[in-house]
Design a protein. Structure first.
Length: 319
């Protein structure tokens, strides 16, 4: 096994996994997994640039992660950057900062590469489950984009579309710099129309309805699971491989869309950085389930980070 570190920097959060991984057996022993809300994508949809304060929040998290990686002695590090840094005019500033702090250059991966990592991380440990039938549809709802991947042992089709909880919130629910509290029915309808158009795009290349098992990844989905279970605080073990019915997702999404900031913030399992964007994320999940007729979503805590870690370990074995 190889001791590796994987960093996934998305639009809303940056996450670290340090693990001993064996790409042959699919075994992964987690040593440290953490997440920091940095909102790297703050305002990118409007300005086309990464905001100075968003960059500094991200670099502060990188400095924390560098200390963890050094302490645990990870032999190899890979830093994958997703939607926000793909879109930004000043992404070179972001690249230089990460390189200075972590000693590796962030890879601004394509949507298809991102989907491949997510699929591997989410499904590698599901292979022996006889209660989950293939093919899988893995859906990774991020801050700026959502990845759709259909496959069995390997990816058969993938597509990334520009709908995510931060992008949808900023595009449809922010008025005069403030998030609607709660949004109007017109705002929700416009957001839903945007999501449906993105699903049309995804269906052009990915047979979404051919899947037998829907696997949902990332913070919007895991938070919906936590709410469904009435968890007093975020509990990764309770959330991992939990199942949430479509009716329950609809109930939660409808409540989130009519709730106030204070009501959402009072949810015990809610990360403070998700309070303003969780309603949009839940609506994306509900729209997907309704589109493909999924009766439930299997929630996974293992995702792109685990896929990156397996790939780093595989490269180490081949070196």
């Amino acid at each position: 096994m190889s001791r590796v570190a994987a960093v996934d920097c998305g639009t809303n959060s940056i996450r670290l996994l340090v693990a001993d991984a064996d790409p042959v057996t699919g075994e992964l022993v987690e040593l440290d997994r953490r997440m920091t809300i940095v909102r790297l994508g703050q305002g990118v949809d409007r300005t086309g640039r990464l905001a100075p304060e968003a960059l500094e929040r991200t670099f502060a998290a990188c400095r924390e992660y560098a200390a963890v990686i050094k302490e645990l002695g990870a032999q190899r590090v890979r830093f994958v950057a997703t939607s926000a840094s793909r879109d930004a005019e000043n992404r070179d500033e972001f690249v230089r900062g990460v390189l200075d702090i972590l000693g590796v250059e962030p890879e601004v991966v394509t949507g298809d590469q991102e989907a491949e990592f997510s699929f591997t991380g989410a499904t590698k440990e599901l292979a022996g489950r006889d209660d989950l039938t293939k093919p899988y549809l893995v859906v990774d709802i991020g801050g700026g984009s959502t990845e759709f991947v259909v496959g069995e042992e390997h990816v058969q089709a993938a597509r990334s579309v520009d709908v995510g909880c931060v992008r949808m919130t900023e595009r449809h629910l922010v008025v005069d710099g403030e998030v609607a509290d709660p949004p109007t029915s017109e705002q929700v309808a416009a957001m839903r129309a945007d999501i449906e158009a993105a699903l049309d795009l995804a269906e052009e290349t990915v047979p979404l309805r051919a899947a037998h098992t829907l696997v949902g990844l990332a913070g919007s989905v895991t938070t919906v699971s936590a709410i469904a279970q009435n968890l007093p605080e975020y509990d990764s073990a309770a959330i991992h491989h939990s199942r949430v019915s479509r009716d329950k997702v609809r109930e939660i999404a409808e409540w989130l869309l009519r709730s106030t900031h204070a009501e959402r913030a009072a949810v015990g399992a809610m990360h403070p950085g998700r309070v303003d964007v969780i309603a949009a994320g839940a609506l994306v999940l509900l729209s997907i389930m309704e589109r493909i007729g999924a009766e439930e979503v299997v929630v996974s805590e293992h995702d792109i980070l685990d896929g990156i870690a397996f790939k780093v370990a595989e490269d180490a074995e081949q070196a």
